[in-house]
Design a protein around this ligand. Sequence first.
Ligand SMILES: O=C(O)CCC(=O)C(=O)O
Ligand SMILES: [Fe+2]
Length: 249
Amino acid sequence: MVEESIEHLDTYGYCLIENAIPSDMADTMAEKYYQIHQDLANKWLFQNPNDDLYQTLFGIANLDDLCQDCIAHPQVLEVVRHFIGDKVRLGEACTKWVKPGAGQGGIHTDSTHDLPKILPETPWMINTIWMITDFIEENGATIVVPFSHKTRRRPTSNDLATCIPIPIVGKRGSVLLWQGGTWHGNGANTSKNQHRMALNIAYYPAWWNLMREGGHQPIYPDVFQRMPETVKALVKHKVAKRREDIYEI
Ligand SMILES: O=C(O)CCC(=O)C(=O)O
Ligand SMILES: [Fe+2]
């Protein structure tokens, strides 16, 4: 099973692990995440407070303990470790809500802002998106361009005009993994009333300087204290009371 996921991720640039958490757990998380997003006290955690239809909320691990099961999911971690090594670290866990009417996101690579034009052969990041609601084409399921990581470049305008992204659909509780170099984005939500909620968890190797990532939040010391050891090992580099105590930007 894990071998298949590794092979798929290596070949196509992404893989889907179905039913990695129970659907009723995903339902509980969805309810909680909608509330957290709508609580005005959390507005400062939004990546873009002016975008109501596509909302990214950073620092979810400080507000919800359920996501810990996803952060340290054994099967996901086994795949992630294959690509970026045993000393894997959590970059950030954030929630991504795509509301009806949201447009398609730009197709992009992840965390390449200060990488060279020819992207490294060595993977620098494995990103994951947990389907907290079912992902369907109409509600903005993540779209991915298969094999695009093999180009070792960011998509050019010509690439964007010609590439064929495919929506990765699945039942809530499933998780999609991709390499930082795989071209992807959020799909448009063309439905009338189907909301898409996702938990996005990004992993980096130990050599990556995580402290340059804009918007990422630290894990608060009291939250860290109550985490199981498996989760602590993944987040111990980013424990602080305030973002500015550890992040450079
Ligand atoms: O919301 C999505 O489907 C895509 C999010 C994305 O681009 C990312 O997490 O890097
Ligand atoms: Fe992305």
